[in-house]
Structure formats: structure tokens, C-alpha cells
Design a protein around this ligand. Structure first.
Ligand code: ATP
Ligand code: MG
Ligand code: FE
Length: 342
């Protein structure tokens, strides 16, 4: 079976082709450079660039795979969540492409794709497992029992900023480039994490769920430190501030994962999304944690077409080979409360 995967939910126009169990094409047309002048993703710019990129990126993928459009058996594409305009470009293209070829298509949840691609990488990963999306838009803990949304239980999520967004905003305040994650990670490695003691949130569990998180307080504390940093001019401490920030950001995530894993007696953990590429997070999960961590290669952490192709294929089979209909729309947000929460 040959599956075309299309991802356009944010600022990456990513396409992959899965042939049997192998990826025969993988292309990521990143828009990062075009958004850097804005210090973040400009939605209108993103959708316009997707319009320019989508056909050529798909063409390139077929060339790379040495296949023709008629060879594919299924089209999978992201239809939720993401930027409305960006999603619409990928969805419209994918549905038209499949319809013209008389092939089935499936609309895919980007967040579940970020996590479930781990089943492609690790054939020994069994349901149920703990899945965490740590990305630019989400910080969400889920209990994953299968491929369908009904098999997923949301355990907790950030009540304010996403962890990746927090990295990006901190980086921006300190004059670093967008996206901030990789730069902050790089600087943090050179600093002493204990030099700055940034706060951990104390969530009132009467209002917050047991496994909810919060990143806006940390973000503000680190940005406020910047003003002090300017006033007192201790420039050489940039790496220490970043190390202190990274420690606080990742510790909160790891402690929440540990607690959920303990309470639900689940040992297998997958972390997906751009922040899953973070070196400190990976090191902690591999070396310090007693949990069984199924890591993703760096190429599958950020947005990519492979996760959409693979997850789309599995979903198609889980839905008894029921493709979606042309009337399926796009959803900028997925309502977490639709899922059962604890
Ligand atoms: P979502 O998946 O929630 O829709 P998104 O698709 O925009 O959001 P991704 O592309 O999965 O998010 O991840 C991008 C985020 O990952 C950015 O915020 C970026 O700063 C962050 N990131 C990338 N590399 C690292 C790293 N090494 N350490 C920390 N954060 C990182
Ligand atoms: Mg992105
Ligand atoms: Fe993503």
C-alpha cells in the first residue's frame, strides 16, 4: 500500500510517501526564514506560502519516490488543529488530488500523528501508553489506547502557554531568532542550571486538573529577568538564565509525566512535537527516568509528512478502510473537553 501524507498546519509544507513499511519520499519545505522577520509565524504569510509550495513539494516527493500519482492508494492530510488558512490549503489540495484520482483519503489529527508515529519507529510499543505532545501550540498528556480519537483520553494540558511557545517568547525577549527552542537549548547546555531559580507553578487542583501544567508564570519570570539583565548588565549570564529556564520548563513536564505514569500504572512513554527534540528532556527521559521512553528521531519530532502518512494509514485500517467524505472540514482547534478528562 502506498500512502501520500500532506502536512500544512503551521509553517511547514511537508510531504512524505510511505510505500509498504518504508518512506520513499520525505520533503519539508520550511518557511522559518520567511517568518523570522516577524519573530513568530505570521498566519497570513504562512497560508500564502503554502499555496506557492504545495504543488511543487508534492511533485518533488513523487520524483524522489520515482512514483506517479496514480500509484498511490491513499491520501492522508492534516485537517486539525492548526492555522485556519494553512490547514485549508493542504486540505483542499489533498481532497482534490484524491478525488481526481478516485482514491480514498483520510483527515488526520496533527497532535495524535505527532505521538502515534512512534509506533512506526518502535514496533514493540504496545497500547496503552502515555503520549505527550510538547510543541509550539500544545502541551498535552494523553492516555493512548488505540489509533482513533475515541481511544484517547486527555489527562491534562497547559492552562496557558504551550511549552514551545514559552521557549519562543523567551528567545524573542532575549533577541534570539525564531524558533527559539533550538537556540535556547544550545545556550542552556553551556550554562549552570542552578544559577537562577525560576519558579514552578503551584496550581490549585480544585480548578486545574491533576495533570494540568502552566507555563505563563515561568515565561514572565524569565522575561522580567531580562530587564534586570539589561539594568545590571551581567551579559555573561545569558547562558545561565537559559539553563535555569530550561531546567524549570523541562522539570515541570517530567514531574507531571512521572505522576501520571505512576497513577495510571503505565510505564511506556512517548513524547512528540518540536520540543521532543530538546536535549535536556531527552537526556532526562533516557538517563534519569525509570520509565520506558520510546524516543523519536529528531526528524520526526517537529512537523513532518511521515507522521501524517503513517498515522493516516493506521487510522484508515482502524476505521475499517472507511475513507472520509469530501464534506469533511478543517478545525483550527480541537476541543480537549470532548475527550474524557481526569
Ligand atoms: P502544534 O504541533 O502544537 O500544532 P507546531 O506544529 O507549531 O504546534 P512543532 O512544529 O511541532 O509545533 O514544534 C515547534 C516548536 O518546537 C517551537 O516552539 C520550537 O521552538 C520548539 N523546539 C524545537 N526544537 C526545540 C528544542 N531543541 N528545545 C526546545 N524546543 C524546541
Ligand atoms: Mg512548526
Ligand atoms: Fe506540530
Amino acid at each position: 500500500m502506498i500512502v501520500l501524507g500532506i502536512e500544512t498546519s503551521c509553517d511547514e509544507c511537508a510531504v512524505a510517501i510511505l510505500d509498504g513499511d518504508s518512506f520513499v519520499a520525505r520533503i519539508v519545505a520550511s518557511q522559518v526564514k520567511d517568518h523570522q522577520v516577524y519573530g513568530g509565524v505570521a498566519p497570513e504569510v504562512a497560508s500564502r506560502l503554502h499555496i506557492e509550495q504545495i504543488s511543487t513539494t508534492v511533485d518533488q516527493a513523487f520524483k524522489q519516490a520515482n512514483l506517479l500519482p496514480k500509484d498511490i492508494d491513499l491520501v492522508a492530510y492534516t485537517n486539525r488543529p492548526g492555522l485556519m488558512g494553512s490547514l485549508l490549503v493542504g486540505a483542499t489540495f489533498a481532497k482534490n488530488f484524491a478525488w481526481a484520482l478516485k482514491k480514498p483519503f483520510v483527515a488526520v489529527n496533527h497532535l495524535l500523528a505527532h505521538i502515534l508515529v512512534a509506533r512506526y519507529v518502535h514496533k514493540n510499543l504496545q497500547f496503552p501508553f502515555l503520549g505527550i505532545v510538547a510543541s509550539g501550540g500544545h502541551t498535552t498528556l494523553m492516555l493512548i489506547r488505540g489509533y482513533k480519537e475515541d481511544d484517547v483520553q486527555i489527562l491534562g494540558a497547559t492552562m496557558d502557554d504551550a511549552i514551545g511557545e514559552c521557549y519562543d517568547k523567551v528567545a524573542k525577549a532575549y533577541g534570539l531568532n525564531y524558533p527559539g527552542g533550538p537556540e535556547v537549548d544550545h545556550l542552556a547546555k553551556q550554562g549552570a542550571s542552578k544559577a537562577f531559580n525560576f519558579p514552578q507553578p503551584k496550581l490549585n487542583r480544585r480548578f486545574a486538573g491533576q495533570y494540568d501544567l502552566s507555563y505563563s508564570g515561568l515565561k514572565n519570570a524569565v522575561i522580567n529577568q531580562r530587564h534586570q539583565f539589561r539594568r545590571e548588565g551581567f551579559d555573561d549570564s545569558l547562558v545561565n538564565i537559559m539553563a535555569g529556564f530550561q531546567y524549570a520548563a523541562i522539570e515541570q513536564l517530567i514531574r507531571t509525566i512521572d505522576r501520571a505514569a505512576h497513577d495510571f500504572k503505565i510505564n511506556q512513554v512517548v513524547i512528540g512535537g518540536g520540543v521532543a527534540a530538546n536535549s535536556y528532556l531527552r537526556q532526562c527521559m533516557k538517563e534519569k527516568s525509570h520509565l520506558n521512553f520510546f524516543d523519536l528521531p529528531l526528524s520526526l519530532c517537529g512537523d513532518n509528512g511521515e507522521m501524517i502518512a503513517y498515522y493516516g494509514k493506521e487510522l484508515y485500517f482502524a476505521q475499517d478502510k472507511q475513507g472520509d467524505s469530501l464534506t469533511v472540514g478543517v478545525m483550527p482547534r480541537v476541543n480537549l473537553f470532548r475527550y474524557q478528562r481526569v
